[in-house]
Design a protein around this ligand. Structure first.
Ligand code: C2E
Ligand code: MG
Ligand code: MG
Ligand code: MG
Length: 288
């Protein structure tokens, strides 16, 4: 009997070990592990001024540098990160990375350069965001960076007292707000009324159809009209063709962003390109 008991116990034990090792990790613990390992990295995509197409800023887009699966795009992990609340420390991580990498050679960064981060709704109720913005800005000279927070219209943002207080303190610090994916969400006009918004980013689904679908053109025209009347700056995202750029320029859109001007690239590579640009300008100055 003793032998059978021993055998039974060791079998149970072996099964337990097998289950512990073999069960799939939950998505949350996988994200938590990746955060610990600092696998979330910032890519930067240039933002150009419509008039001269000069780079005047960049949007920071998160990527997951996974050890086995390679580079993972945000659509595949941001929803889970938002649901678990991990999006907050993940965003903090990439803010620190960008500050470190660009701050290291801040002489390369033009004065008044815009840097925008995508911020989830949960983060807008977290007072720590104020300090995170402050810590970002100390890496640069006063006024060197225009820090912009992009709030997507797809997520419902509630104007509760905490959020409003946070936004008014951000405003005092000079941090600006952009409404991302404008025209796709639910609370657009309410947002503009309740929050001190500075930029509207016209969603790329409308930009993509410029020249092929008049309904999208009407929507673009109306957003531009609305933004202009409200004194907001307009950004078009997803600009891929010269025709789209020409159309948007003709309508008075202030800034353009899209593959036509540059894809998102790792922050260090972006810094190298700023350096090459600075060198090219210096050569131009020397040559008169
Ligand atoms: P978004 O903020 O609207 O960013 C614009 C997306 O359009 C980016 O996709 C960018 O790579 C892509 N894009 C830019 N130009 C073009 C173009 O000319 N053509 C096309 N087809 N696409 C273009 P990405 O990087 O995959 O990001 C997708 C979304 O994930 C973002 O949309 C944003 O909502 C979210 N996201 C990205 N990074 C973060 C982050 O750090 N935090 C949060 N909360 N969300 C993020
Ligand atoms: Mg964005
Ligand atoms: Mg403001
Ligand atoms: Mg967008």
């Amino acid at each position: 009997f003793g032998l059978w008991l021993l055998l039974g116990l060791s079998l149970t034990f072996a099964l337990l070990i097998w289950w512990l090792l073999g069960r799939p990790r939950s998505p949350n613990s996988e994200l938590a592990r990746a955060l610990q390992a600092r696998e979330f990295v910032p890519f930067l995509q240039p933002l150009v001024a419509t008039d001269d197409e000069g780079i005047m800023g960049a949007e920071v887009l998160m990527r997951w540098q996974h050890p086995d699966e390679g580079l993972i795009r945000p659509d595949l992990f941001i929803p889970q990160a938002e649901a678990s609340g991990l999006i907050i420390p993940m965003t903090t991580l990439i803010m620190e990375e960008v500050a470190k990498e660009l701050g290291m050679q801040r002489a390369l960064v033009p004065h008044g350069f815009h840097i925008s981060f995508n911020i989830s709704a949960a983060h807008c109720r977290d007072m720590a965001l104020l300090d995170e913005c402050r810590r970002f800005l100390v890496h640069f000279a006063p006024g060197q960076i225009v820090l912009v927070l992009e709030l997507t219209e797809r997520e419902l943002l509630v104007a509760d007292p905490q959020t409003l207080s946070l936004f008014s303190q951000l405003d005092e610090m000079g941090v600006r707000l952009a409404i991302d994916d404008f025209g796709t969400g639910h609370a657009s006009l309410l947002y503009l009324q309740q929050f001190h918004v500075d930029y509207l980013k016209i969603d790329q689904s409308f930009i993509r159809r410029i020249g092929t679908e008049s309904l999208s053109e009407h929507i673009v025209d109306n957003v531009i009209d609305l933004g202009t009347r409200l004194g907001l700056s307009l950004v078009a995202e997803g600009v891929e063709t010269v025709e789209q750029a020409r159309y948007l320029k003709g309508k008075g859109v202030d800034y353009l962003q899209g593959y036509l001007f540059g894809r998102p690239i790792p922050v260090r590579q972006f810094r190298d390109e700023l350096q090459q640009r600075a060198m090219a300008n210096a050569v131009q100055v020397v040559n008169g």
